[in-house]
Design a protein around this ligand. Structure first.
Ligand code: NI
Length: 169
């Protein structure tokens, strides 16, 4: 069953999410529902705060095609490359908005998967970008915080509209 996705304006998107101490059957079920929700919404990533739970957990997949989705728990990012890359990003909580975001090209990551195994990886390009976008959600940060003041001013009317929609729900 698909989970409702909260929109920009909901305060949970601005909160720092809590680490997960242990995996429970309920959390496993929740993670599977997040994957379903991400796929149905045509997203490549979805963080727990976006579906109303302030937990350090997100799901992601490599392509819009049929690649298997992954669950990331308690992620840590280190060793960002000096080399940066700009690319367009959208967010399921800020519909219809695409912004050019500059991020490190490569990062090192540590996290736990849904089997509670500790994983370490070097990520590059698209996968690194999605990982950083979702990790931002766990720290209350959104793509609109990563653009210049001029762009932010330009998109303000769109953001106001989304906020009104969120308040009416
Ligand atoms: Ni997002």
């Amino acid at each position: 069953m698909r989970l409702p996705i909260v929109l920009y304006g909901d305060p949970i998107l601005r909160r720092k999410a809590e680490p997960i101490a242990e995996l429970t059957p309920e959390l496993e079920e929740f993670a599977h529902r997040m994957i379903e929700t991400m796929i149905q919404a045509n997203g490549v990533g979805l963080a727990a705060p976006q579906v109303g739970r302030s937990l350090r957990l997100f799901v992601l997949r490599d392509e819009l095609e049929d690649s298997p989705a992954e669950v990331v728990i308690n992620p840590e990012i280190s060793h960002p490359s000096d080399e940066l890359q700009a690319d367009l990003e959208g967010c399921l909580s800020i519909p219809k908005l695409q912004l050019e975001i500059v991020r490190p090209l490569r990062i090192h990551v540590r996290y736990r998967n849904l089997q509670w195994e500790s994983i370490e990886e070097d990520l590059e390009g698209f996968r690194a970008r999605v990982f950083m976008h979702e990790n931002d959600h766990l720290n209350g940060r959104l793509i609109i915080d990563r653009v210049g003041a001029d762009v932010r001013k330009q998109i303000e009317p769109v953001l106001r509209k989304i906020k009104l929609k969120e308040q009416k729900r």
